[in-house]
Design a protein around this ligand. Structure first.
Ligand SMILES: [Zn+2]
Ligand SMILES: [Zn+2]
Length: 140
């Protein structure tokens, strides 16, 4: 994998929200939790933990909406088109995971594990990709 140039850019489907990252993400994973299934309408969601302070919203800062479930990360999406954009820790606003599908190009990381696999959708087999699987959150 060749490293993509910085900044990394991305946004929602309708273009109302655009963001840039001035550092490559730290890591990435697939999340199989029920909330990710619901909010994406798919079996799992790939996302990248970004370096603290590396993201800048370059357009549409006021057009995002979020759902903050009790005890979980706030799910931020475009208020116009509904695209999933990123999630943010309720304890530390610098802890952000950007949805891999929101990037324009290569996000510079690949998923390194799968989490919350005990909740995995019964209608989709988890690919035999050799990635470590964690029943819930991976141990810190
Ligand atoms: Zn949008
Ligand atoms: Zn999830």
């Amino acid at each position: 994998m060749t490293e993509p140039g910085l900044p990394l850019t991305g946004g929602c489907a309708c273009g109302a929200v655009r963001f840039e990252l001035d550092a490559l993400p730290i890591s990435a994973s697939w999340c199989h939790c029920t909330r990710c299934q619901r909010r994406t309408g798919t079996s799992a969601s790939p996302q990248a933990r970004i370096a603290p302070g590396s993201m800048r919203i370059v357009r549409g800062d006021t057009r995002t909406r979020e759902w903050a479930p009790p005890g979980g990360f706030a799910k931020v999406f475009c208020g116009e088109c509904g695209s999933s954009l990123w999630s943010r820790s309720p304890h530390d606003p610098d802890v952000i995971s950007v949805r891999l599908g929101a990037f324009d190009g290569d996000p510079g990381v690949r998923p390194g594990h799968r989490q919350f696999v005990v909740y995995a959708a019964v209608w989709d087999d988890i690919p035999d990709d050799g990635l470590p699987r964690f029943p819930e959150q991976p141990p810190r």
